[in-house]
Design a protein around this ligand. Sequence first.
Ligand code: UDX
Length: 454
Amino acid sequence: MRQGSHVIVLPFPGQGHLTPMSQFCKRLASKGLKSTLVLVSDKPSPPYKTEHDDSVTVFPIPNGFQEGEDPFQDLDDYIERVQASIKTHLPELIQDMKLSGNPPKALVYDSTMPWLLDIAHGHGLKGAVFFTQPWLVSVIYYHVNKGSFSVPATKYAHSTLASFPSFPMLSANDLPSYLCESSSYPNMLRIVIEQLSNIERVDLLLCNTFDKLEEKLLKWVKSMWPVLNIGPTVPSMYLDKRLSEDKSYGFSLFTPKSAECMEWLNSKQPNSVVYVSFGSLVILKEDQMMELAQGLKESGCFFLWVVRDTELDKIPRNYVEEIGEKGLIVSWSLQLDVLAHESVGCFLTHCGWNSMLESLCLGVPMIGMPHWTDQPTNAKFMEDVWKVGVRVKAEGDGFVRRDEFVRCVGQVMEGEKGEEMRRSAEKWKVLALEAVSEGGSSDKSIQEFVSMFC
Ligand code: UDX
C-alpha cells in the first residue's frame, strides 16, 4: 500500500446521506485507506479549516448563505447555492492536495449531485458515485430517465405497474413518490431522475446495501455497471456485540439525548416499547401529528418518540403531562443504541433507507409510514419482500387515522404475525452480519475499493 493514498468523499448535506458516507469513510480507514469527508455545513460560515477524527479528515465548506438568512426557505435556491459553493471550494481543496504532493485518487460523491463526476474527471480523479437508496429505486429512476418506464399521473392509483426480478408487482403506491407527484415537486423529480443521467461515464458505483438483500436484481445491475455493494454501513459491533470496532456514530447534524433515552428504556420490560422516528427531514402536517399522538396514547404501549425541535409545536397541548410514564419525547436519539436496546419491540418509521437497514440489522420489526422519495418502495421491501413489518393503510389523501396506528402496533407488538416478523428480522440480521464480517460480500467490496486506490 502506497503511503499517503487517499480519496475525497462528498455527501449531500443531509443526515440520511452523511450517516452512510461517513461510516463508509470509517470502513476505508479500517483497511488502511484515508479519506477526506467534505461537509457542506448547515452554518453559513463554518470555520474554514480541516478537523481530524481518528480516522477521517473532515473538511467543512460553507453552504453559501449569509448569517441570518434561512437556507431552507426555497429548496431550489438552497441547492443552487450549495452547488456553487462546492464548485468553488472543491477544486481549491483538490489543488491544495496536489500542491502538497499528495493528490487524491478518487472522488466518492453523492448520487444526487451527478455533476461532480465532471469535476473529478477534470482534475484527473476517478469518479465513484455513492447511492444511499436501494438498487430497485435507482433502477426505476434509470428507466424513467431513459424513457423506458412511464409512470401514472396519480400516486394513489392501485393498478399494478411494473415487475422487477425477485420483487412483487409494484403499484403506483409503491413507486418513489416524486414520480407520481411530478407536478408538486418538479425539481425533486429532476434531481432524483438525473442521478443516473451520466452513469455510463462513472468509474464505479457504490451502494449502501448488501448482495443478498437484492440478489436477483443485482445480477442485472452488475451486468450493466461496475458495482460494489458496501453496506449495511451500520458499525459491525451493533450486529455482533463481540466485535470491538469503534462504534462511534460517524457525524451527526443533531445533538442526541442519549442518556435520557437509555435511562428511560432501562426502566422498561423487554419488547415493550414502540420507537417512533421519521428521520431528519420528514415534516408531518399538524393534524397528522395530533392523530399519531392520540394513536400512540391509545395503543396502550410504551413509546419513545423522536420529535425534532422544529416539529415540537405540533404536539398537542398538555400531551406530555397526559401520557406521563407511558411515553418519552426527545428531539433526537442515538438511533442505533435505541434499536439495539432490548426494551424496543417495534419501530414506527418513515422508511428512510438508513432507518430500514438499521432496524433490519438489529432484528427489530417495523411499522412503515412512508412519506416521500424512495420511502414507499422501501416500505414494499419491508412488508412484502423481507416480511419484517406492516405498512399503515392511509386514506385517499394520505392521512392515517389513529385507529390504524393502534391496529398496527397491536399486530406487531402482540400478534402471531409480529412473532413471524421478529423471526424474519433475525434471519436478515444474520445475513447482514455475514456481509460485513471478514470475507463477507460487503467486506470484500470495501477491500476491492481500497486495493483500487492504494
Ligand atoms: C433520507 C431518505 O429518507 C433516505 O431514504 C435516503 O436514501 C437518504 O436520505 P432521512 O429521511 O433522514 O434520509 O432518513 P434515514 O435514511 O432513515 O436516515 C436518518 C438517519 O438519522 C439514520 O441513520 C438514523 O439512525 C439517524 N437518526 C434518526 C438518529 O440517529 N436519531 C434520530 O433520532 C433519528
